[in-house]
Design a protein around this ligand. Structure first.
Ligand SMILES: NC(=O)N[C@@H](CC(=O)O)C(=O)O
Ligand SMILES: [Zn+2]
Ligand SMILES: [Zn+2]
Length: 430
């Protein structure tokens, strides 16, 4: 099987390429990148006007399998990824049971091979049962294929345990991904604490709930030499701490979600449960700091934190609703489209944040367009205008805070290991 992608704008941050060229794929590899390739191929894709970029890796996805298949499955979540221009996801371990030993890691990988349409890499839990009491079998999970460790959804409250986790992870050469939210400060909160939460009469979570954990874990990363990755950064203060840590040479990386880049606490005005996310949406000052940090490279990656919930779970009183928003089908459009159209990022920076940065952070093959590289490719039409309609999502989740948004720029092709998983919105289940 060969695929020739003709006449697209090839953007590859690793080689600093930004040029109209053809890309020839044979089997699961890119074999040639050059202008005007004359060769025949089984499939020819006319990519004129489109961007041809290294396959987008969503380093923070909740696939909900095993155990919460009414929210999402590996089959539906990976189809949502393909529809959204995402060629690989890293899935979080807060499933039921949690992904906290090698057998569950292997189970998820096996289901993904059988039922998935994009790549799936597994993040193992840091602690047994995600209980924050004792370390999970990190070594065995790493051997089984876990690419990183996280108790995402919860913060490890015990600093001593967190230090041990970082030490083990450093020995294994894997990052620890922290969901930074002090459990005591955050308890009972629904949204960011401040004038808006007061006005709406909703219990608040102070910004310090995040930044004190970020400060603690940076200190522990510095002491252990481990690689700390801060998930879904949401406050200006955390950004400052990460900036200082990077300047001091600490091994820290960070990601931000599109919802924290585009929305603020004001999104809760209408008591919309889709805007109830963890960590909560921040102030306009936070939002501007996050945008600036991404442009400066202080924040490395954009990730969806795709957190699907069943409609009936979200359609309750706001304080009863679970935290989380879906994001796989808006991640690429908002990052490659809206952020570049608004002048926040250059196309090169946006591509880096979605592909090269996550590949490097998680130590994955991918994130590059080069001869000999694996053919994971995202095709993006920067001009196409469309409206976000959750009812049309491939995901089982409908909980998007971007419902009704008009967006310019849309993923139009998802090539996974040389296989066309999505083209012009049509998913190939093959
Ligand atoms: N982000 C969320 O609001 N929710 C996530 C958990 C998490 O990422 O912390 C979920 O699993 O639903
Ligand atoms: Zn989280
Ligand atoms: Zn998450």
């Amino acid at each position: 099987m060969s695929v020739l992608i003709k006449g697209g704008r090839v953007i590859d941050p690793a080689s600093r390429t930004d040029q109209v060229m053809d890309v020839l794929v044979e089997g699961d590899r890119i074999v040639r990148i050059a202008p005007g390739i004359g060769q025949q191929a089984n499939r020819v894709i006319d990519a004129r006007g489109w961007w041809v970029v290294p396959g987008v890796i969503d380093m923070h996805t909740h696939l909900r399998q095993p155990g919460q298949e009414h929210k999402e499955t590996i089959a539906t979540g990976t189809r949502a990824a393909a529809a959204g221009g995402v060629t690989a996801v890293a899935c979080m371990p807060n499933t039921q049971p949690p992904i906290d030993d090698a057998s569950v890691v292997e189970h998820v990988q096996a289901v993904a091979r059988r039922e998935g349409v994009v790549g799936v890499r597994v993040i193992g839990a840091l602690t047994k049962g995600r209980q924050g009491k004792e370390l999970a079998e990190m070594g065995e999970m790493a051997e089984a294929g876990a690419v990183a460790f996280s108790d995402d959804g919860d913060t490890v409250a015990d600093a001593s345990l967190m230090r041990s986790a970082l030490q083990y992870a450093a020995d294994l050469g894997r990052p620890v991904i922290v969901h930074a939210l002090d459990p005591c400060l955050a308890r009972g909160g629904v949204m960011r604490e401040g004038p808006v939460s007061l006005r709406l009469g909703l219990p608040g979570i102070p910004a310090e709930a995040e930044s004190i954990v970020v400060a603690r874990d940076i200190a522990l990363a510095a002491a252990t030499g481990a690689h700390l990755h801060v998930a879904h950064v949401s406050t200006a203060r955390s950004v400052e701490l990460i900036r200082q840590a990077k300047q001091a040479g600490v091994r820290v990386t960070a990601e931000v979600t599109p919802h924290h880049l585009f929305l603020t606490e004001e999104a809760l005005e209408g008591y919309d449960a889709s805007a109830k996310v963890s960590p909560p949406l921040g102030t306009e000052e936070d939002r501007q700091a996050l945008r600036q940090a991404l442009a400066d490279g202080i924040i490395d990656a954009v990730a969806s934190d795709h957190a699907p919930h069943a409609p009936e779970e979200k359609e309750v009183e706001l304080d009863q609703a679970p935290f989380g928003a879906v994001g796989l089908e808006t991640l690429v459009a908002l990052t490659l489209g809206a952020l570049t159209h608004q002048g926040v990022l250059t196309p090169m920076q946006a591509v880096r944040a979605l592909s090269l940065a996550p590949a490097r952070i998680l130590g994955l093959e991918g994130g590059v367009l080069a001869e000999g590289a694996r053919a994971d490719i995202t095709l993006f039409d920067p001009a196409q205008e469309w409206t976000v309609e959750p009812a049309r999502f491939r995901s089982r989740g409908r909980n998007s805070p971007f419902a009704g948004w008009k967006v310019q720029g849309r993923p139009v092709g998802t090539v996974v290991g040389g296989r066309i998983a999505m083209l012009a919105g049509t998913i190939d289940d093959g």
